[in-house]
Design a binder for this molecule. Structure first.
Ligand code: 13P
Length: 245
């Protein structure tokens, strides 16, 4: 079963619109689709959305690794758990780029989240188009260093080439064959780190996924799902991606 994650980023501006978007997605999905969908709205809408749409899997776009203390503006895993959330995204390229998150920070977030029984989507990807597989692999190894191999069934790695993300000027999707190849290399690197347990990690592709190109990415053998940005803000487009996966 493919996993389709919708990252709403800094959208929409109001709770009413968030509820309308979730309603549109719920309306467009068949009952059997819900288990393969995870939605990541902004923090402030999460509690209300979890209460109103219980059949979705909801997650946060970020989290801090510390449990409590003097960390103004941060959100803890316990706070998320308290409102019924057990999915979290860590290390999105926009967090790395605009908020200075490093591989070491992302590693701490993943360890804390897996340790708290969360499902974690960890993002990696190169900045520039070209032959940068080494950069992606090096980032993945630092990001995944020292993880408990018993928790890898709750780890999802999203390969998102930054140049392919729709909000990057001049963005265009990667080719399904190339992203499949990079994900194959990531799976190989994971095997070297964790052995057989690495086979429990799922790997997604993200970057300008649309209803029309999704089937080509999702039919590639190493790609276990998609991390969708812009297209997750349009209920029809997002549900078409899910239906075609
Ligand atoms: P787009 O699908 O808009 O390119 O965004 C991808 C992304 O960053 C998802 O996390």
């Amino acid at each position: 079963m493919k996993l389709i994650v919708g990252n709403w980023k800094l959208n929409p501006p109001t709770l009413n619109e968030a509820v309308a978007l979730a309603s549109g997605v719920a309306y467009g999905l068949k009952p059997e689709h819900f288990e393969k969908v995870v939605l990541l709205p902004p923090f402030v809408f999460l509690e209300e959305l979890v209460k109103r749409f219980k059949h979705f899997q909801w997650g946060a776009q970020n989290v801090f690794w510390e449990k409590t203390g003097g960390y103004t503006g941060e959100i803890s895993l316990a706070m998320l758990k308290d409102i019924g959330v057990n999915w979290v995204l860590a290390g999105h390229s926009e967090r790395r780029r605009y908020f200075g998150e490093s591989d070491a920070d992302v590693n701490k977030k993943i360890k804390a989240a897996l340790g708290a029984d969360f499902n974690v989507i960890a993002a990696v990807g190169e900045l520039q188009q070209g032959d940068h597989a080494d950069e992606v692999l090096a980032s993945f190894k630092k990001t995944a260093e020292g993880l408990d191999s018993f928790s890898l069934d709750r780890l999802i790695v999203a390969y998102e080439p930054v140049w392919a993300i729709s909000t990057t000027p001049g963005a265009k999707p990667d080719s399904p064959a190339r992203s499949n190849q990079i994900i194959g290399e990531l799976k190989h690197a994971a095997f070297k780190m964790f052995g057989e347990s690495s086979k429990k990690i799922r790997f997604l592709y993200g970057g300008s996924i649309s209803a029309s190109n999704a089937p080509r990415f999702l039919s590639e053998p190493y790609i276990d799902g998609a991390l969708v940005g812009g297209a997750s803000l349009k209920a029809d487009e997002f549900t078409a991606i899910v239906s075609r996966s």
